[in-house]
Design a protein around this ligand. Structure first.
Ligand code: GLN
Length: 509
């Protein structure tokens, strides 16, 4: 585990140390690059370019010495290998893009550079962000810093592992069906996926465009707010980017780019008095591990102790989230991935007879099993004769799921709390041998993307893993559209009275 960030485990602590010249950004970057090397066995980083990171660090030091540094100046981050980046390779975890270097940066990456952050490199993800364990990356599985025998979660597994191991203070991720929240939960860190449209998708390699959304991972809610402030905002390069965000009465930080300012809105003896928490009964049914359930219930009780009131609610269409998502996401993926034809983009096979043979061979060689499976499903559900039965039907279910959330969040509660995953991190190799077992673990996260809502995961305890070893449990916080400010503020309030978020693998607090 990293030792450098032990004494400066949050962006605030790190920024203060930089400002008081305890170390320079260059010294910090040098130390962390060394720690990344020492922790190579985690397999989290897939491209490290020390000279690029150190140049950014020197630039940060310059700004600090001139007093012109932005909020996040010098903050060491890692970026999911699905965001295109100048200088560092972008492979989307695929052989298809093995040596690809983008000529431009994704908007989210540029925004974080403008905020002064230093990139320590690209981190592993499931191929084209398809997966729940980071076992489908062309570079092999990423190990969970809590236990090298278990997965870190996916698809942003490299991001979560890098933060949990203390190699960076934060990381970017993307969440199409849970890929920020789920690895954050399984690695014991925090992660937020904002409302669809809040962060730009420009330069994020597309998986399922109507569901894909950028997010961030860090060690506490306040840090998430700093990072989300940086990445959110309108982008004319993304047709689904949101231009104007309407404030909603009586809640802190509803205005885009203002999360950090409002993060400690809830203070006092009963900071959450008046807050209504919805607890969906469908999130506590069959399949939820008893120990995970106990950790979630304890967290909800803590929120109640802080003044919140509990409403037991029902989201009756939850069971249909998996079938609906695994029709819609593959359908969009089959269309998005058509561009890798070995002519416009992607790996080209060495030997072929004609154009069709070249494309077929190149795609067979370039894509891994999970991606090929989804392209087949997607093509099937969009084909003539099956479109109405599968794709259209899934879109109807999607609408019903969104309506279910709206009804609960309008009439019964302000936020929804529940588990992120049914179990703690499973052993590497244990779920991928069954074609759909991995998909079942997405039950509590997919609906949030189908509805376009913001979702967050924060550490709330531990439960026994496959050998009885304690592994982190994540609490999911789901809010209404544009309610990220309130979600972050209540998470921050929770983190003022609990210390789950400060626990680190190896026992160091
Ligand atoms: N596990 C889900 C899938 O495989 C979600 C992935 C994601 O959010 N990128 O599609």
């Amino acid at each position: 585990m990293s030792t450098f960030l032990k004494d400066f485990p949050t962006i605030r602590a790190f920024a203060q140390a930089l400002a008081s010249r305890k170390f320079s950004a260059h010294e910090a970057t040098t130390a962390l690059l060394q720690e990344i090397k020492t922790n190579q066995a985690l397999n989290a980083f897939v491209d490290v370019q020390p000279e690029l990171s150190l140049a950014q660090a020197r630039n940060a030091d310059n700004q600090i010495s001139h007093g012109t540094g932005a909020l996040l100046v010098g903050t060491p981050l890692a970026h999911k290998d699905i965001f295109v980046t100048e200088g560092w390779r972008t492979t989307a975890g695929s052989k298809m893009l093995a040596d690809y270097v983008s000529p431009f940066n994704a908007t989210v990456i540029n925004a974080l550079y403008e905020a002064g952050t230093v990139s320590l490199g690209k981190v592993s993800c499931d191929e084209f962000a398809m997966g729940s364990g980071n076992e489908h990356a062309a570079t092999g599985p990423v190990l969970n810093p809590w236990d090298p025998e278990v997965v870190p979660g996916g698809s942003s597994g490299g991001s979560a592992a890098a933060v949990a191991a203390g190699l960076v203070l934060g990381a970017t991720g993307t969440d199409t069906g849970g890929s920020v929240r789920q690895p954050a939960a399984l690695c014991g860190v925090c992660g937020i996926k904002p409302t669809y449209g809040v962060a730009s998708r420009f330069g994020m390699i597309a998986y399922a465009s109507s569901l894909d959304q950028a997010g961030v991972l860090a060690t506490n809610a306040e840090d998430l707010a700093w990072l989300l402030d940086a990445i959110s905002g309108f982008d004319e390069h993304d047709a689904t980017s949101i231009q104007v965000c309407q404030g909603v009465a009586n809640a802190p930080g509803r205005i885009l780019n203002d999360y950090q300012k409002h993060v400690d809105a809830y203070t006092g003896n009963k900071p959450l008095a008046g807050l209504r928490i919805g607890v969906p009964k469908e999130y506590f049914g069959d399949g939820l591990d008893n120990h995970v359930a106990a950790a979630i219930e304890a967290a909800i009780a803590q929120f109640e102790a802080m003044g919140a009131t509990r409403a037991d609610i029902s989201l009756p269409n939850t069971a249909y989230a998996i079938p609906a998502y695994y029709v819609i996401a593959p359908a969009e993926a089959s269309s998005n991935l058509a561009r890798y034809d070995a002519v416009r983009y992607g790996h080209r096979t060495a030997q072929y007879t004609d154009l069709q043979d070249m494309t077929a061979r190149s795609r067979s060689e370039g894509f891994g099993d999970e991606v090929r499976k989804r392209i087949m499903i997607g093509t099937y559900v969009l084909s003539h004769g099956y479109y109405d039965a599968y794709y259209l039907q899934a879109q109807r279910v999607r609408r019903l799921i969104a309506q279910g959330f709206q009804s609960a969040l309008t009439h019964e509660c302000d936020v929804i709390l529940g588990p992120v995953t049914p179990t703690v991190a499973p052993a590497i190799g244990s779920v991928t041998k069954d074609a759909t077992a991995e998909w079942l673990g997405d039950i509590y996260t997919l609906s949030v993307n189908l509805a376009g809502l913001p979702g967050m995961s924060i550490p709330c305890g531990f439960a026994p893993g496959h050998r009885g070893q304690p592994l982190p449990v994540g609490l999911q916080v789901i809010g209404n559209y544009f309610d990220e400010g309130r979600m972050l503020a209540i998470a921050h309030a929770y983190q003022q009275v609990t210390d789950w978020h400060t626990r680190r693998p190896g026992g160091a607090a």
